[in-house]
Ligand binder design. Sequence first.
Ligand code: NAD
Ligand code: AHE
Ligand code: ZN
Length: 369
Amino acid sequence: MKCKAAVAWGPGQPLKIEEVDVQDPQAGEVLVRMVATGVCHTDAFTLSGDDPEGVFPAILGHEGAGVVEAVGEGVTTLKPGDHVIPLYTAECGECKFCKSGKTNLCSAVRETQGKGLMPDGTSRFSIDGQPIFHYMGTSTFSEYSVVPEIALAKIQVDAPLEKVCLLGCGITTGIGAVLNTAKVEEGATVAVFGLGGIGLSVLQGARMAGAARIIAIDINEAKFEMARQFGATDCVNPKDFDAPIQQVIVDMTDGGVDYSFECIGNVQLMRSALECCHKGWGESIVIGVAGAGQEISTRPFQLVTGRVWKGSAFGGVKGRSQLPGYVEDYMNGKIEIDPFVTHTMGLEDINEAFELMHKGESIRTVILF
Ligand code: NAD
Ligand code: AHE
Ligand code: ZN
């Protein structure tokens, strides 16, 4: 079949709307008609050329929701008409990772996914015979996408896809990092670096966990109003201080926070986030994604004296088994999504969504197909 998709032809180039050929789903694969997709900073990161796994030409996008159009041979858990959220972290349930009970990372399709290919090593997208790469196993910037069965979460049909698409990445990542990775306790002190879709979701998670003090940090003060709505008790602009931001936070909190979260992708701030943690027990969670060649550093003494450095992918959430519960929590009012959708537009305007993000004017733009 043919459909419209936004194609990234090369690093740093605007996306181009193209008519692409989409091959039928093969064994274990599913054809999804995309209804909506968010635009996450990671899409911009890969488009910039900084992603070591970035390959071009590709169809980006990984925060989508849609409806099953057709299934390939052997697909048993999904049928046409089912509502689904594509998962960049699959859940096969059978690999060493899935069985470990220690991680949401699944190894079943991760290797080919990182190369922009389906599990059989080929692409389902092409233009005039030229293969176009997949992205994160999801490629949601396309009217139709082919996704492995094990990378689709089946969700309730009454959930609005133009909202719950954000559970495909940003909101789940932030809330999950608090509840699953850090396991923030009631009464804890928390610092959140970066107040985009991820940071604001961390705030939401911290409020759900009953954190007593939540310090929100950003250089764009326009983000502070929403941060307060999501539970921030203090908003801090590092530019207002001569001292390093970690020192500012330590001074504000009688020795440091119990938990910090880096939601920017800046290795200097990853260090700040670690070093603003309390001696003896403070834990810092890296969520932000940093470019090729960048590394984190700190004095080992920071760790020797009890601070813990951790990372979190998709909030530690196992997509097939746990994401339907997040959708349910949205439907019954436990998770907020609507205020995150600051802009909506059609696929033809997708480059504007990237501009709004870069200018710091959006939290999430949702593309409606
Ligand atoms: P975003 O662009 O919407 O938000 C980033 C925020 O950081 C903005 O508010 C910006 O003003 C702020 N910021 C930038 N530089 C700053 C600085 N020097 N000091 C303080 N604040 C600063 O991005 P997002 O979509 O929220 O994503 C945030 C990060 O999380 C990105 O690196 C993204 O790739 C990553 N991410 C990781 C996962 C994961 O599973 N680990 C999932 C989604 C996104
Ligand atoms: N490809 C990059 C890493 C990108 C990355 O860390 N991705 C996050 C999700 S960001 C979603 O917005 C993630 O889940 N990583 C775990 C995984 O398996 O990809 C690189 O550095 O090579
Ligand atoms: Zn994302």
